[in-house]
Structures are given as structure tokens and as C-alpha cells.
Design a protein around this ligand. Structure first.
Ligand code: C2O
Length: 361
């Protein structure tokens, strides 16, 4: 079965101690000064259910709120673990093996393996809760960038969302603006889920074939290429294990390719911000992109055929991470707390069509 292959030490990763962090690129989050690291509460009945909406369908009022949330986040001082900069550092630290475990000298890397989906779900959850707290609005939900939706009616799910790109927002004073984006992301260019590094002039014919190719790659990564857990989630990875043994289908493409498509190949550091791990969470599109990745995890589980279920290996379920929560406390979570996001994390996704389902054969 899934659980008995590639076992290295057979221990789940414990939460990293933020003191055990080193990284030459300045990724380590601030050490925690609070009293105790808290355990994550599994269910807060007072929290309203939040509905994550597709970014292409947001109205002006929502965009204004969304923009304000990032404004407030960017205004937090960096002595606050929740700050914009510290959010970016956290992603950088967890994805550049900055945290180490003195017990066996291993380092934690949350990409290229089975930690990918769950870690990013928590990261978005806390990010969203922090924004909600700053807005003083518990109903606030992050929008998701519905790039897998190639519909032409209504169009534009598969372009850079208006909130990030419209003139009104695409100016340096907008909190949703990021200077380091690829010129390919200019609307109305549509996304290339197998991003080649060139962006070409998008004629109607080219757009039609890109849409078709996007649908085909989605079908491949979600359906034919990932009938079982190991293929979808990626290889197992435990304390003492070697990081990066294998990404799941979706982690590589389209998750990785959307990062590349959005980052600027001509930036001082090539592909900054979205196209490199240590900077990617410094573009607010990161969180909209990952909302869609997270939504597709749920979609995958509902597809017919194959063994499309969550991993049940206890080393996976007991893997722990630390995050700053909305109150600035450091909170310890376990992957098992992420799996049922509707009942435990209290958010869901608005329904959108998954048109690529019809792209088989
Ligand atoms: Cu941690 Cu999309 O990357």
C-alpha cells in the first residue's frame, strides 16, 4: 500500500523550532517572543463559514475590501510575526530547507512531495484569518484564481484577475500590485498552463489552441495521470528523509507553471517574484493561485474511478508545522487537522465548472 514504501525513519516531522533556522537569503521568520506555542483548535463554532469566490467574478466592493486587507497587512511592522514580509519569509523558510532538526540534522522542505497540499492549505488559512482580523470581518475569504477554467462565456477566468491587473489597481500605490510580473500576464492574454518561457502575441487562433492544450493538461494531471494518491500528492517524506523525491502531478504542472508564467523572467533575480520559491509569496497573486490549487485537491477527491482519497499514513497525518495566527500567536498544527476543511477550517469554495473533465481521449 501507499504507506509502506520508501519509509526512511518512519517518524513524522515534528513542528520546526523557529530557533533552529538558518538560511543565507534571510528567510528565517522572527523568533517567537510569546508565552507558549498553542495547539491549533480544531473547530471554532463561532467562526462563520467563509466562501472563497473565483477572482474573475469579484465585484468592485469585494475588490476594494481585498485591496484594503493587503494594505493593512503591508502596514504591520516587521516585529509582528504576521507582517507581509514575515508571511513571505515563512514560505521561503519552509521551502528552502531553512529549518533543521538537531535530532538527526535533517531539514524540512515542503515542496516536491506529499507535504505540498496540506502545508499550503494551512498557509492560506492563516493568511486569510490574518487578513480577516485586520479587516475586523470574520466573513472575509480569499478569492481564488480559476486558471483551469477555459470558458469563453463568461470569459477571463484564465487571465490574470482584474483585481491584480486593472489599471485602477495596477499602480504602485495598490496593495495588490507587484512590480515583478511577466509581461505575458498582461490582460487579455490567457494563461499557458505549460508555460514556455516566451510570451507570444495571442491571436484568436493561438488562444483557441492554448485553451485546448490547457484543458488537456488539466485532464492529464487530474484524471489520467493521477488515479492514485501517490501520483497526485507526491512521494512520502518523513523526518530523516531526503527532500524532493517526487512532486505529485499537480504540483509540477500546472502549479509550478503558473508560478513561472506569472514571475518576470527579466527581473533582477530571474523569475521573481512568483517564479522563485523565496520570493513567490511576495506577490498577492500567490494566495489566489494557491486557492485554486487547494480547490482542485477537493475536486480530485470527488472524481470517479481510481483510489482518490486522502492519505491515511500516520506519519503524514501527524506531521506538524508552526504558523503565526491572526492574533500573532505561534500555533502548532497537524496535517490531520487540514483534511476536512469545511468542518475544521470553516471555509468552502464557490462552485465553478471544471470543464477539463470533458477533455479525455
Ligand atoms: Cu510553496 Cu506555489 O509554492
Amino acid at each position: 500500500t501507499f504507506s509502506c514504501t520508501r519509509r526512511v525513519q518512519g517518524l513524522p516531522f515534528p513542528a520546526p523550532d523557529f530557533k533552529n533556522c538558518n538560511n543565507s537569503e534571510g528567510c528565517c521568520p522572527p523568533p517567537y517572543n510569546g508565552a507558549l506555542i498553542q495547539d491549533f483548535y480544531v473547530f471554532d463554532p463561532t467562526l462563520p463559514m467563509r466562501i472563497r469566490q473565483p477572482a474573475h467574478l469579484l465585484d468592485d466592493a469585494y475588490i476594494a475590501k481585498y485591496q484594503r486587507a493587503y494594505q493593512l497587512l503591508r502596514e504591520l511592522p516587521d516585529s509582528d510575526g504576521r507582517s507581509w514580509k514575515n508571511q513571505g519569509k515563512l514560505h521561503c523558510a519552509y521551502c528552502n530547507a531553512a529549518f533543521y532538526f538537531p535530532i538527526d540534522k535533517s531539514r524540512l522542505e515542503i515542496h516536491y512531495g506529499w507535504l505540498f497540499f496540506a502545508w499550503h492549505r494551512f498557509f492560506l488559512y492563516f493568511h486569510e484569518r490574518i487578513l480577516a482580523k485586520l479587516l475586523d470581518d470574520d466573513t472575509f475569504a480569499l478569492p481564488f484564481w480559476n486558471w483551469d477554467n477555459q470558458s469563453t462565456d463568461p470569459p477571463l477566468a484564465n487571465v490574470l484577475p482584474y483585481a491584480f491587473a486593472n489599471k485602477k489597481y495596477q499602480n504602485k500605490s495598490s496593495s495588490l500590485y507587484d512590480v515583478n510580473r511577466n509581461v505575458c500576464t498582461k490582460r487579455p492574454n490567457i494563461i499557458d498552463l505549460q508555460s514556455t518561457l516566451e510570451c507570444v502575441n495571442q491571436t484568436a487562433t493561438l488562444k483557441a489552441s492554448l485553451r485546448e492544450a490547457n484543458n488537456r493538461i488539466m485532464y492529464n494531471q487530474m484524471v489520467t495521470g493521477a488515479p492514485i494518491r501517490r501520483l497526485f500528492f507526491g512521494e512520502s517524506y518523513e523526518l530523516g528523509g531526503v527532500a524532493g523525491l517526487g512532486a505529485g502531478t499537480m504540483e509540477a504542472i500546472p502549479h509550478g507553471t503558473v508560478h513561472f508564467w506569472t514571475g518576470n523572467p527579466k527581473a533582477t533575480v530571474e523569475f521573481a517574484d512568483m517564479g522563485i520559491f523565496r520570493y513567490s509569496a511576495y506577490d498577492p497573486t500567490f494566495f489566489a493561485h494557491h486557492g485554486n490549487v487547494d480547490r482542485l485537491w477537493e475536486v480530485w477527491k470527488a472524481l470517479p474511478g481510481g483510489n482518490r482519497k486522502d492519505i491515511t499514513d500516520s506519519d503524514y497525518l501527524n506531521t506538524e508545522f508552526l504558523f503565526y495566527d491572526e492574533n500573532g500567536n505561534l500555533v502548532k498544527v497537524k496535517i490531520s487537522q487540514a483534511l476536512n476543511h469545511i468542518s475544521t477550517l470553516r471555509y468552502k469554495y464557490a462552485n465553478v465548472p471544471n470543464l477539463w473533465i470533458h477533455s479525455g481521449s
